[in-house]
Design a binder for this molecule. Structure first.
Ligand code: ATP
Length: 229
């Protein structure tokens, strides 16, 4: 579903990605670890068509992604989800669904939000009263309402309390069970083991390690991470 083939990218002569290749299948959750500046966000930005790569290929499904391409198969959930504070969760979801060309009834919109674990009584409250985790749930609901097949996330668990993190993990696993691909950049080693199906470690633009999450525990991953970076 997601394929990187020898992707390279440099900024002002400095290499940010060097021959990055990987594949992610339907139902997989790929967690990409790496120090600040390792190239995680650059990888995501190339798949989203936000920036131009220097070489290699990025595929979403059968389609090769070029710069400024809008891909209806993908959704992006940034670290801080940007929504309208003076509108409710339902109104935000309705607005962004319509922007993407989808029109839903109120019960359908409520259903998307409920799937993410957002409580019924919160769904009609203003976004300005939402916590970070609740905003993230609306972002995930937008991805579901858009019918995105691949969901990219940047640092999705940063700043979430343990309960919100557990709810996020549950929602991601449910989305993967629906056949979605989740690709996330994260610093959260423990969450990567718990949530991921595949884990990658990036170092200075190189995908230095890639393993199945089932083959490693959190302590081993922590050790491997420290040895790799
Ligand atoms: N717009 C830009 N202009 C110049 N250099 C950039 C730009 N964006 C990223 N870089 C550089 O590219 C490299 C990779 O950055 P990237 O943001 O992809 O790392 P990251 O792994 O996502 O880091 P973090 O964990 O801090 O988000 C870094 O050296 C960074 O300084």
């Amino acid at each position: 579903m997601l394929k990187a083939v020898n992707i390279t990218k440099s900024y002002s002569g400095k290499m940010a990605l060097k021959d990055v290749s990987f594949e992610v299948s339907k139902g997989e959750i790929f967690c990409l670890l790496g120090q600040n500046g390792a190239g995680k966000t650059t990888t995501i930005n190339i798949f989203l068509g936000f920036i131009k790569k220097d070489g290699g290929q990025a595929f979403v499904g059968d389609k090769e992604v070029g710069v400024h391409d809008t891909n209806t198969l993908t959704a992006y959930i940034p670290e801080t989800v940007q929504l309208y504070g003076n509108m409710s969760g339902i109104e935000n979801l309705n607005f962004f669904s319509r922007l993407a060309g989808f029109s839903y009834s109120t019960p359908e919109l409520e259903d998307f939000l409920s799937k993410t674990g957002l409580q019924k009584d919160a769904q009609h409250k203003r976004l300005s009263s939402y916590s970070k985790g609740m905003r993230q749930k609306v972002g995930i609901a937008v991805a579901l309402a858009k019918n995105a097949e691949v969901i990219f996330m940047d640092e999705p668990t940063s700043g979430l309390d343990p309960k919100a993190k557990a709810e996020f993990t549950k929602t991601c696993k449910e989305m993967a069970a629906m056949g979605k691909v989740i690709f996330m950049a994260t610093h959260d080693i423990f969450n990567a083991v718990e949530l991921g199906t595949t884990i990658g470690i990036m170092k200075e633009g190189v995908l230095a390690q890639k393993m199945k999450a089932s083959e490693i525990n959190a302590n081993e991953l922590n050790q491997l991470y420290l040895e790799t970076i």
